[in-house]
Design a protein around this ligand. Structure first.
Ligand code: NAP
Length: 315
């Protein structure tokens, strides 16, 4: 096999990618992990993670940093890059995958895609205009800019409610606006939010516009049962209305579902032989750090078996 052909290229440095890296490095595979330093992962951006067993409570940043240190201690090599494209190649009659980022083309026998997801936009006037001027998708990054200010959070899932709670550390008041008459978030998170004196809830309502001149000054909302519109003044608007998988670079190579998530089987095989996937970029029922780690471990094991078979070294 050519020297410059990796056994496994892992795309993404979140919980799935780093667990795959840990397993592949301990298995003494020739493996490299490519991660984008310009895109912060969902887990890294999370204020507190308290449902990863064995770790009572940790910031997302600390937990992911520990994962990385552990994987690197077993020899995982990490490279900075944003993958643009994957294509098929071949060397000495053996099928390869060619992974392209801004540093060039990397060759591998197998690929594990663990590229995660990115925040979805709510798609209202003012959202683009006031990005960085009051509109944010990351409470950990931007919360401190809104000390003693009024903050609006849009969304009703775990991310919205947890991040709203985090924002109460800074804001004078945090108003959570959700389109349904009840929240989607896990019950324990709801209980904390409902008992937090700094939090207010505006349910059955949607934000129609984010308003301001040079920066955010408020939002116009519409009550879905009465049809009436009204204004809420605020200086910060945090949008947490779900996410989209980072899978664009794999279109046409592997099967994606209707929302663009990668379709995998129980062994983390994608529809293309030699490409595996795990974590939030995949189509699955539960998106958590612990499930992403499980995916990464399985993907690394499956990729290892695939590589052994290609090399004629199956145990
Ligand atoms: P999510 O569960 O998909 O929730 C998105 C929320 O935004 C929903 O309440 C949805 O409303 C609302 N929404 C979507 N589009 C909207 C729009 N255009 N306008 C207004 N509201 C809109 O997303 P998430 O909260 O980011 O969570 C993603 C996954 O990560 C979930 O599986 C979640 O459990 C997991 N997660 C887990 C933790 C944890 O375990 N600690 C923390 C964060 C996230 P509807 O309810 O009407 O659909």
């Amino acid at each position: 096999m050519q020297q410059d052909v990796y056994d496994i290229i892992i795309i993404g440095g979140g919980p799935a990618g780093l667990t795959a890296g840990l397993y592949a490095a301990r298995g003494r595979r020739n493996v490299i992990m490519i991660e984008s330093y310009t895109i912060m992962g969902q887990a890294t951006m999370t204020d507190i993670i308290e449902n990863y067993p064995g770790v009572e409570s940790s910031t997302g940043f600390d937990l992911i940093s520990t994962f990385k240190k552990q994987a690197e201690s077993f020899g995982l090599k990490c490279s900075s890059g944003t993958v643009k494209n994957i294509s098929r190649g071949e060397a000495d009659g053996i099928p390869l995958w060619l992974v392209e980022d801004e540093n060039g083309q990397h060759k591998a026998l197998s690929v594990i895609i663990a590229s995660g997801a990115r925040a979805k936009k709510v798609g209202v006037p003012g959202e683009e205009e006031f990005l960085g001027k009051g509109v944010s998708y990351c409470a950990t990054c931007d919360g401190a800019f809104f000390r003693d200010k009024d903050i609006v959070v849009i969304g009703g899932g775990d991310t919205a409610v947890e991040e709203a709670l985090f924002l109460t550390k800074f804001g004078k008041k945090v108003t959570l606006i959700h389109r349904r008459d009840r929240l989607r978030a896990t019950k324990i998170v709801q209980e904390r939010a409902l008992s937090n004196k700094k939090m207010e809830f505006v349910l059955e309502s949607v934000v129609e516009e984010i308003k301001g001149t040079d920066k955010v000054e408020g939002v116009r909302i519409k009550n879905l049962s009465s049809g009436e519109s009204s204004d809420i003044s605020c200086e910060g608007v945090f949008v947490f209305v779900g996410w989209s998988p980072n899978s664009d670079f794999s279109k046409g190579i592997i099967d994606l579902d209707e929302r663009g998530s990668i379709v995998v089987d129980a062994n983390m095989n994608t529809s293309a032989s030699g490409i595996f996937a795990g974590g939030d970029c995949c189509s699955k029922i539960l998106h958590q750090v612990v499930t992403a780690c499980g995916d990464g471990a399985i993907a690394a094991f499956s990729a290892g078996q695939y590589v052994d078979a290609l090399k004629g070294e199956t145990y």
